[in-house]
Design a protein around this ligand. Structure first.
Ligand SMILES: NC(=O)c1ccc[n+]([C@@H]2O[C@H](COP(=O)([O-])OP(=O)(O)OC[C@H]3O[C@@H](n4cnc5c(N)ncnc54)[C@H](OP(=O)(O)O)[C@@H]3O)[C@@H](O)[C@H]2O)c1
Length: 189
């Protein structure tokens, strides 16, 4: 069955962005960048990957899930940021249609369960914290880019929710000279 992977950059105090969505504190230079870009090439915006000459073969992910706030970060410049993937954006509003982007107000859990039953490679939960909170019990793998910064305030990895505890086993930990640590976990059934 296909798996849902939440892949995100996180501060040491558990935030994926500052209070106004800023993420400039996260390290975008250093040895982690090349390694992560190669391994997680499918998560690069399509145009950015092309500019780097990086091939995106969809072997890791062929679908991305975004909450509206995460999607809106790229507007208006990038209305279809991951056009190499199937893009599903969760929102209750009715945006103008965008080629290659599916807007939906369906229950994310039901959508993910359907996606998991279909053939294909992985499903990438891009975020943000609000969408992740509603999908907590559907997440099979967590890939955390732990950045050596404290934000103090901001948008948490999982937004406000009363989800019950979930256990994950660490499958890999890669420490980079930059100070970023790539942590990978798999759900414990
Ligand atoms: N560090 C990282 O790797 C990383 C990754 C992803 C995002 N981010 C950051 O995270 C921030 C956004 O996170 P966030 O927690 O504020 O928001 P979010 O999860 O991206 O989006 C929340 C919005 O998504 C829609 N939504 C969520 N659950 C839904 C559901 N069950 N059904 C229908 N629509 C649903 C709603 O949109 P409507 O209000 O339109 O209904 C909701 O207001 C941004 O600043 C982004 O840059 C960081």
């Amino acid at each position: 069955m296909r798996e849902l992977t939440y892949y995100a950059a996180v501060s040491l105090d558990g935030y994926i962005a500052g209070p106004d969505g800023e993420f400039d504190a996260f390290l975008v230079e250093g040895d982690h960048m090349t390694a992560i870009a190669e391994r997680f090439a499918d998560t690069l915006p399509t145009a950015f990957a092309a500019s780097l000459g990086v091939t995106q073969d969809r072997a890791l992910f062929d679908t991305v899930l975004l909450g509206w706030n995460t999607y809106a970060v790229g507007l208006p410049a990038l209305p279809s940021p991951y056009s190499h993937l199937r893009q599903l954006v969760f929102t209750h509003r009715a945006p103008d249609p965008v080629d290659g982007v599916e807007f939906t107000d369906r229950d994310p859990v039901a959508v993910v369960r359907e996606l998991k039953e279909r053939p294909g490679s992985g499903i990438w939960l891009c975020g943000g914290g609000a969408l992740a909170a509603s999908l907590v019990h559907e997440i099979d793998r967590l890939v955390i880019k732990a950045n050596p910064v404290l934000l103090g305030r901001g948008i948490p990895l999982f937004g406000a929710s009363d989800y019950s505890p979930a256990r994950f086993a660490r499958t890999s930990a890669t420490a980079f000279a930059s100070g970023v640590t790539l942590l990978e976990y798999r759900r414990v059934p």
